[in-house]
Design a protein around this ligand. Structure first.
Ligand SMILES: *Cc1c(COP(=O)(O)O)cnc(C)c1O
Length: 459
C-alpha cells in the first residue's frame, strides 16, 4: 500500500482525506495542499519535492541538538532492546528515569530536587496545576484555587493548559475553565506606550499584584508564566519584571510556576530561563529541548518547599500517566543532555544569539518596516511595523506577517509569524555560516514583503 504512493500529490490527497492537523484551518490547508517533510539533517529539512529548508524554528522550538543525531537513535534502540517499557506506578522504577531525575535535579536552580515525568508540555502544566491544588489542600487552604496567567501566554492545549494560557481564540473554543485569570503581558514593544522598558516592567508586574488584591490572596493558588513568552510573540520582559514578580509571589504566599517548556535546556544561553532572569520558581515545567523532540517527554521540576508537603503530608497523589518516566524517552533525554553539555551548546546559544542579532541588525536595522529586533540566546523576534517611530502595526493585523512567513518558506527558511511579529528559534547547533544564510534568506523575504505592503509603511 505505502509503496504505491510515489507522487507528492498522492500523500497530499491521503492526508486531506484522513488526517486532522493541530492548530489548522483545514479548509484553508486543503485549498493549498500540505507540505510533506521527508527527512532532515543538522538544521535543514527536506520535503517530498526536494526543497532544502533551513529550520529557523527548530521544529516547534524543540530540536536543540539538530536533526540526524545517530547517538540519540542508538540510545533509544539500546533502551528499547533492554527494557522498552514499564510503568512507574506500582512501587517500581527504571534506571533511565532515576538517572534523569538525578541529572535534572543537578541542573535545576538551587532547592529544586524532585522531578515528575510526563510526555508533553501540556501534561507537565496540568501536573503543576494539580500539584498546586494538592499542596494548598494539604496545608488546609483548599480555597486557594485561582491561577493567574497572562494574555498571550501559552501553556499547552489540554483544558488546563488552554485555560492557564492567554490565547483568546483557544478560550473562545472552550478552553476557558473557571478559576483562571489573565493579566497584562510584559510586552513593552506592543503595550509599553510612552513608558521606558524598566518602568513598564514594574508596571506589568504590579498588574499581577492588583489582580491578587482584587481577588484576595487567600483565593489564589499560583501565578504561571513563561520566562519569555514564546508562541505569544517571543515577548522578552524588561529586566525589572521578574524580580518584582518574585517579590509579589513571596509576599502574598502564591506559588510561582515558571513554564520553561521553551526556555529550558539552553535556549537562552543559560540552562533555564529562570537562571537568566533570576526567577525563584516553586515549580518549573520543562519539555521541548529535553529530548530535542526525538521522543516525547516532559519533566515537572519541583522545589523542596512543595516536594516536602507532597511527600510527607499529602498521602497518595491520585495523578499520573501510563508513560510517566518512560525508559526509552528518559534514555534519549540523558543522551541529549550529554550532547548539549559536551558540545557546549548552552554557552554557545548565548554567543551565537549575539552573532545572529548583530547580523539581523546589520542587514535590517535601518529598514523602514522593521520596528524592533530582540532576542536572548537563540530565541528572538523581529517586529514588522508601518512606522518605526511610533511602533504602529498594520491596518489588518497578521497580514504582513503571513506574507513575510510565506516568502520565507518560498526562499527556503522556516520562520513563524505571530500577528506581525516574525519569530526565530533555530537549533542550538546552528553554525555561523548557517546564521549568515538564515539572515540573508530573511532579508530577501522582508524586501519582497515590503514591495507588497509599502504603500502602508511610512518612509
Ligand atoms: C509548547 C509549549 C507547551 C505545550 O507543550 P506540548 O508538548 O505541545 O503539550 C507548554 N508551555 C509552553 C511555554 C510551550 O511553549
Amino acid at each position: 500500500m505505502l509503496n504505491d504512493l510515489h507522487e507528492t500529490t498522492d500523500w497530499q490527497g491521503l492526508d486531506a482525506a484522513h488526517h486532522l492537523h493541530p492548530f489548522t484551518d483545514h479548509k484553508d490547508l486543503h485549498a493549498r495542499r500540505v507540505r510533506v517533510i521527508t527527512e532532515a539533517q543538522g538544521v535543514f529539512l527536506r520535503d517530498s519535492e526536494g526543497h532544502k529548508i533551513l529550520d529557523g524554528m527548530a521544529g516547534l522550538w524543540c530540536v536543540a541538538a539538530g536533526y540526524g543525531r545517530a547517538e540519540l537513535v542508538d540510545a533509544a534502540a539500546a533502551q528499547m532492546t533492554k527494557l522498552p517499557y514499564y510503568n512507574t506506578f506500582f512501587k517500581t522504577t527504571n534506571e533511565p528515569a532515576v538517572l534523569l531525575a538525578q541529572r535534572l535535579a543537578g541542573l535545576a536552580p538551587e532547592g529544586i530536587n524532585h522531578v515528575f515525568f510526563a510526555c508533553s508540555g501540556s501534561e507537565a502544566v496540568d501536573s503543576a496545576l494539580r500539584t498546586a491544588r494538592v499542596y494548598w489542600q494539604t496545608l488546609g487552604k483548599p480555597e486557594k484555587k485561582i491561577v493567574i496567567g497572562r494574555e498571550y501566554g501559552y501553556h499547552g492545549s489540554t483544558m488546563l493548559g488552554a485555560s492557564a494560557g492567554g490565547m483568546a481564540d483557544m478560550h473562545r473554543q472552550g478552553g476557558d475553565l473557571p478559576n483562571f485569570e489573565h493579566v497584562l503581558p510584559p510586552y513593552w514593544y506592543g503595550k509599553g506606550g510612552q513608558m521606558s522598558p524598566e518602568e513598564f516592567g514594574i508596571y506589568a508586574a504590579r498588574e499581577v499584584e492588583k489582580k491578587i488584591l482584587a481577588l484576595g490572596a487567600e483565593n489564589i493558588a499560583a501565578f504561571i508564566g513563561e520566562p519569555i513568552q514564546g508562541s505569544g510573540g517571543v515577548l522578552i520582559p524588561p529586566e525589572t519584571y521578574w524580580p518584582e514578580i518574585n517579590r509579589i509571589c513571596k509576599q502574598y504566599d502564591i506559588l510561582l510556576i515558571a513554564d520553561e517548556v521553551i526556555c529550558g535546556y539552553g535556549r537562552t544561553g543559560k540552562w533555564f530561563g529562570s537562571d537568566y532572569f533570576g526567577i525563584k520558581p516553586d515549580m518549573m515545567t520543562t519539555a521541548k529541548g529535553l529530548t530535542s523532540g526525538y521522543v516525547p517527554l516532559s519533566a515537572l521540576l519541583v522545589h523542596d518547599r512543595v516536594a516536602e508537603v507532597m511527600i510527607n503530608q499529602a498521602g497518595e497523589y491520585y495523578h499520573g500517566f501510563t508513560y510517566s518516566g518512560h525508559p526509552v524517552c528518559c534514555a534519549v533525554a540523558l543522551k541529549n543532555l550529554e550532547i548539549i553539555e559536551r558540545e557546549g551548546l548552552v554557552a554557545g546559544a548565548g554567543r551565537k544569539g549575539e552573532i545572529l542579532r548583530a547580523a539581523f541588525t546589520e542587514a535590517l536595522g535601518d529598514h523602514p518596516m522593521i520596528g524592533e529586533i530582540r532576542g536572548v540566546g537563540l530565541i528572538g523576534a523581529i517586529e514588522l511595523t508601518t512606522d518605526r517611530r511610533t511602533r504602529k502595526g498594520f491596518a489588518k493585523t497578521g497580514e504582513a506577517g503571513t506574507i513575510c512567513r510565506d516568502f520565507c518558506i518560498e526562499n527556503g527558511l522556516i520562520m513563524r509569524a505571530t500577528r506581525d511579529t516574525m519569530l526565530f528559534s533555530p537549533p542550538l547547533i546552528i553554525t555561523e555560516d548557517e546564521i549568515a544564510t538564515m539572515v540573508a534568506l530573511f532579508k530577501k523575504s522582508v524586501d519582497q514583503t515590503y514591495e507588497k505592503v509599502k504603500s502602508q509603511v511610512a518612509s
